[in-house]
Design a protein around this ligand. Structure first.
Ligand code: GDP
Ligand code: MG
Length: 745
């Protein structure tokens, strides 16, 4: 009869009951020898079962596979060199969390594993219980309850081991857990290098080899050097670099970060699977005690609400001063250049294109720095993981992750945020799918630049109900984000929610130095990369709104009228020139510091009229007009179309462009009362159109700074997708809303 030999390793911490289990399984059929090269006793035994020969090997008891001690070396060499079909990891289930540490390392090696939850009698005696099916699901490997001393569960354990050994054939997909934002990218890069060089491929998976390099495993590094010195040196240089970085930021070595994340991962699992009927029996770690409050089912969300509120308020309250300062600097710069140059295209290019564009980008920098500083503090302390833990249930329904709440809030989940730091905050999400989905929908939130648009429309069509409109808009934005996230997660961003397991790393006191370094790195990235792209885009937008310039014959009437007014006496100006326009200008210039003479007002009115004509004649204006037939079903006129085009660059541009298009001259987004009036009186602009426009502005393409930030996070492809998809979605929704509300209103 054809016989198959299956090699089964028994691994576990010292004193977990491994030898007892080995004896229970193999009975008297034992063979004692030595592990090759070390003075550690090797015991093996044979079990014959039908046409299967099971070669069971009792590995030395170890806590890890780092190959420092003789025992660890023997155990590890068995796993990497002897290629067992399956490893039974015997665990003292009474200290599940600590015992699973070894299991993670075996799983990272891609060796099939079955967990023996030994000492279950003690677990029960302590009044605890373990949710085995849940543990199986979370760890992704079978687990069997055993009491080795009584031989309980050995049958099931062996059956499970045989099943895994025969179906898995000695290898499984290696476990991949996150080692945090500092190590993950380095590890990914190392993995690529190792895969390409096939370094130590016969020992274990590339990622495992990378982890061993990060841990400074002497034997792996030695073997790596022997195999390919160049690649090995390159890896060691990378490790040295990240080690230095970690020392500066977290004052920790890579191996301790790795251990932290493993324990965090396991703490998350243990928290879910171990049930404590009475808590006093348990040793309470400080982290656990803090968690008892911070993740308490009632107190937890309240504390979290407060922390989010604080994060938000501090970011935007503190950010206001440097932002205003930046704005002042750039507007001073603009004014200075304006004063120093003659009117003309070059001046317009520098002032309205370059300075305004770069100023817009730099304006975000203080906000980003403050936000990242606070966010790094929350992240480094370990609190973000707790937030995720609490919110995960709700967000999971929509295919998101508990941590998604941060990017949402920052992007304007509480009206007035900004999607740029919001998108960058998605870095706290470790699963790429959920990060992507969060990042794609975060820009729906009501950022500070969209607020004036909504307020202006509210003032025009729902006067007195501005607060209610803003509340409705904010809620609509959340609803849209959730629903679209669900839609994306079941279509283009399909895939299992990866971290079904919450990682709960121990609390750590963040260091000021570490926070400053993290903050600076992230802000500098933004300034360098966004700055260059945005400069180009602002110049493009400027060109689109400037060229082609108004032909001389069309510009002349305006100039003639201005010349006529300037030639007249002040008394005649009022009724003489253009009374209707003068009235409009009156409103627009209400807030002007010095009262202007009627002449000046009339001149300004004509200039505003000319600006409208210039805009209409420009490429952007022509596009707005050309889009009329497309946008009409959503209720938008050409003026709205142009301003929405401008909104692709920055949402602030919407109100100011509408101002120009309604010949109000240059208006500030915050002082839109005259615009509201104009729009309310515009017959081509209905309440239905206003509601459709609100929906469109919530949904359509994020501003360009956000797009750039997105592309930094997930690549140009997805950033382009966000532009296209969001705009298409916005269009469809706006059309539906306009058509339906036209019937109802
Ligand atoms: P090893 O170091 O992993 O080989 O552990 P041993 O097999 O030598 O067992 C260590 C101790 O735990 C011994 O005193 C065993 O009798 C005891 N032991 C093993 N399994 C169990 C079990 O399931 N329940 C209890 N209560 N004790 C056990
Ligand atoms: Mg033993």
């Amino acid at each position: 009869m054809a016989q198959t030999t299956l090699t089964i390793g028994l691994a576990g911490n010292p004193n977990c009951g491994k030898t007892t289990m080995f004896n229970a399984l193999t009975g008297a059929h034992q063979h004692v020898g030595n592990w090759p090269g070390v003075t550690v006793e090797k015991k093996s035994g044979k079990i014959i079962q039908g046409d299967l020969i099971l070669d069971v090997v009792d590995l030395p008891g170890t806590y890890s596979l780092t190959a420092y001690s003789e025992e660890e070396k023997a155990a590890r060499n068995f796993l990497t060199d002897d290629n067992p079909h399956v490893v039974i990891n015997v665990l003292n289930a009474d200290c599940l969390e600590r015992n699973l540490y070894l299991a993670i390392q075996i799983m990272e090696l891609g060796v099939p594993i079955v967990l023996a939850l030994n000492m279950m009698d003690e677990v029960r005696k302590a009044g605890k219980d373990i949710d085995v099916p849940l543990l199986t699901r979370l760890m992704g490997c079978p687990a069997v309850e055993t009491v080795a001393r009584q031989g309980k569960g050995k049958r099931e354990l062996l059956d499970e081991a045989i099943r895994v050994a025969t179906t898995r054939n000695g290898s499984v997909e290696p476990l991949r857990i996150s080692y945090g934002p500092d190590l993950d990218p380095v590890l990914a890069e190392m993995e690529g290098i190792i895969t390409e060089a096939k370094l130590l491929a016969e020992k274990g998976p590339a990622r495992w080899v990378g982890i061993k390099y990060l841990e400074g495993d002497p034997s792996v590094i030695r073997h790596g050097k022997e195999q390919n010195e160049t690649v090995s040196n390159r890896l060691e240089t990378m490790v040295a670099k990240v080690a230095q970085h970690l020392k500066a930021t977290l004052s920790a070595a890579p191996e301790s970060i790795i251990a932290d994340y493993r324990y965090g991962y396991l703490a998350g699992i243990a928290k879910q699977v171990v049930r404590y009927p009475s808590i006093n029996a348990e040793r309470i770690r400080l982290s656990d005690r803090i968690d008892r409050v911070l993740t308490h089912q009632f107190a937890g969300p309240i504390v979290m609400g407060l922390i989010i509120y604080l994060l938000y308020t501090i970011t935007f309250a503190l950010g206001k001063f440097p932002m205003d300062g930046m704005e002042a600097v750039f507007s001073w710069l603009g004014d200075t250049v304006k004063a120093g140059m003659d009117d003309g295209l070059l001046r317009s290019l520098i002032v309205d294109g370059a300075i305004a564009g770069v100023g817009g980008v730099m304006g975000f920098v203080p906000l980003i720095m403050i936000m990242f500083f606070l966010l790094s503090a929350l992240e480094d302390s370990g609190y973000v993981a707790r937030m995720a833990y609490m919110l995960d249930r709700v967000f999971r329904i929509f295919g998101l992750h508990g941590t998604s709440v941060l990017p949402f809030i920052i992007s304007g989940g509480i009206a007035g945020g900004c999607a740029v730091p919001g998108v960058m905050a998605t870095r706290t999400l470790r699963s790429p799918k959920e990060k992507l989905a969060t990042l794609l929908v975060a820009p729906f939130m009501t950022c500070g630049a969209k607020v004036p648009v909504f307020l202006m429309l509210a003032a025009a069509f729902f006067p007195g109900a501005e607060a209610r409109v803003m509340t409705a808009v904010t809620l609509a934005a959340w609803a849209a984000a959730m629903l679209v996230a669900k839609l994306l997660r079941s279509t283009v961003v399909k895939g299992e929610s990866t971290p079904f397991v919450m990682e709960l790393p121990p609390y750590r006191m963040p260091t000021l130095r570490g926070l400053c370094i993290h903050t600076w790195e992230r802000s500098w990235q933004y300034m360098r990369k966004a700055g260059t792209v945005i400069l180009g885009i602002s110049i493009l937008l400027w060109a689109a709104m400037t060229f082609p310039s108004l032909p001389a014959d069309q510009a002349k009437p305006f100039e003639d009228r201005i010349a006529a007014i300037q030639a007249q006496t002040p008394a005649k100006a009022d009724e003489g020139a253009a009374p209707a326009k003068a009235q409009a200008a009156n409103k627009a210039e209400d807030k002007a510091e010095a009262p202007e003479s009627p002449q000046e007002q009339a001149v300004k009115a004509i200039e505003a009229e000319k600006a409208e004509a210039e805009l209409l004649n420009s490429y952007a204006g022509r596009a707005g007009v050309a889009m009329q037939s497309v946008m009409a079903p959503a209720g938008f006129n050409w003026r709205v179309n142009i301003s929405l085009l401008g909104g692709f660059a920055a949402k602030e541009v919407i109100v100011s462009t509408l101002g120009t298009a309604y010949s109000l001259g240059k208006i500030e987004a915050e002082e839109s009362a005259p615009l509201s009036e104009k729009i309310a009186n515009d017959d081509s602009f209905s309440m239905a159109a206003a509601i459709a426009l609100i929906a469109f502005v919530i949904l359509y393409a994020p501003c360009f700074v956000t797009i750039v930030a997105m592309s930094r996070e997930v690549g140009w492809k997805w950033a382009a997708f966000a532009m296209g998809f969001n705009t298409a979605l916005a269009y469809v929704v706006a059309v539906v809303i306009f058509q339906v509300s036209r019937l109802l209103i």
